[in-house]
Design a binder for this molecule. Sequence first.
Ligand code: AMP
Ligand code: TRP
Length: 361
Amino acid sequence: MNDAAPTNEFRQLVFSGVQPTGNLHLGNYLGALQKFVALQDTHDCIYCVVDLHSLTATLMHDDLMDQTRAIAAAYLACGLDPKKNIIFNQSRVPQHAELAWIFNCVARIGWMNRMTQFKDKAGKDRENASLGLLAYPSLMAADILVYRATHVPVGEDQKQHLELTRDIAQKFNNDFSERIAACGYGVEMEVGEERVNGFFPLTEPLIEGSATRVMSLRDGTKKMSKSDPSDLSRINLTDDADAIARKIRKAKTDPEPLPGELEGLTGRAEAENLVGIYAALAEMSREKVIAEFGGRQFSDFKPALAELAVEKLAPIASEMRRIAADPSYVDSVLRDGGERAGALAEETMKKVHDIVGLLAN
Ligand code: AMP
Ligand code: TRP
């Protein structure tokens, strides 16, 4: 313990994670990976393959190690630099699970029961879901807060989990406020209009752009997802040029041409989805896409979208194959990242021990 005055403001730090389950698809790319890549130029970033999370729904995986390597290979193939960023798999840094335990004691069961992802994944037989599935958001909060990360790029579906992360940080900061002050570990931050002092930052979600929720190509009301039984519903990051073009050609649409104004997309879920995908891939606004394609038929728009998607995604697929062919390289990236992440996580946990009152020396 020391009596240092509170330090001013948290250092900006980005954290995000992807589960090693199933193939990555266009939704993961536009909602998450593309943003990870952009952020590496402006921020310190930590990108994790969250293998412990993947045990919550399914305990036994045939090929969890290979899936973990495959996500890491996708990170690298998209252009993340393993020297500039920290890239690792979650289970290498046991402090994630340790902090999650403490957060299990901070968070309330009612908070977890309200999570829509839990309700969806647990289905009707909630009593029979794993305790891990219920506590999933607590581990997610620990992933972020064990680095005291301030910004988290994710797709729209993770918004509720990030709100819960803030709730956990806030409750920890309140419950332990006196001890945080006594240890001199407080950091000042702005919350609304007020300046408050706390140990954990209230993390900002980064959910921005035209494709925060990419929908199924077969049904514009359903999210594009790894678990959809129809492979035509999604573009996998491993798809070759032919598969990408075929899936876009077969994507569900309506018979009208594209509207001349953005408002004209309202109520046209499939058209809206394809315009959003085009905008995100081209890194332009949806207004601009409409300005270019408004009034045109899907028979014109789809080939343009297919060409753009192939141009952006096919090189990632081939780079993923090249990197995945060298598992020892991928392992060395994860090992190095794990060591660097571990050192940061240990610093936070030493302070958490002091704050909570866990005897460590
Ligand atoms: P997951 O595969 O569930 O671990 O998701 C990894 C990341 O991809 C998270 O940031 C998700 O929010 C994001 N994501 C998953 N599906 C979609 C989607 N259909 N549209 C946009 N982002 C998505
Ligand atoms: N829950 C996220 C998902 O399913 C994955 C995840 C786990 C994550 N820990 C995280 C995302 C921390 C961002 C930050 O997509």
